[in-house]
Ligand binder design. Structure first.
Ligand code: SF4
Ligand code: SF4
Length: 97
């Protein structure tokens, strides 16, 4: 468990995470339920079903980053090394302020 006063940054490399709807490995292991997979609004075509196998058709987001417990399970499980999680302790936040 990380301190409430730490800041967490979850970065997703979209060049590497291209079909998150098919993969979802990070979502499955994350105890904080940080991740969400959503259709890519740029790829939606009216009256056409979304092909989850088409790269870029869905996007992985990390809207619940504040709930991250810093376990790094998502980083370890990702087959494409698409994730990075950086935890900034309060003293570093103070230095940059
Ligand atoms: S480090 Fe752990 S809690 Fe944080 S996003 Fe990854 S799997 Fe979830
Ligand atoms: S585990 Fe990696 S490739 Fe799979 S959805 Fe998560 S970030 Fe994308």
């Amino acid at each position: 468990m990380i301190s409430m006063s730490c800041k967490v940054f979850v970065t997703i490399d979209y060049q590497k995470c291209t079909t998150p709807f098919v993969c979802k490995k990070c979502m499955d292991v994350c105890p904080g339920e940080v991740f969400l997979v959503t259709p890519n609004p740029m790829m939606i075509k009216k009256y056409q079903p979304i092909d989850e196998n088409q790269p870029g058709s869905y996007l992985l987001l990390a809207p619940m980053t504040p709930k991250c417990v810093g376990c790094m399970k998502c980083v370890e499980v990702c087959p494409n090394k698409a994730l990075s999680v950086v935890i900034q302790p309060p003293e570093e936040i103070a230095k940059k302020a």
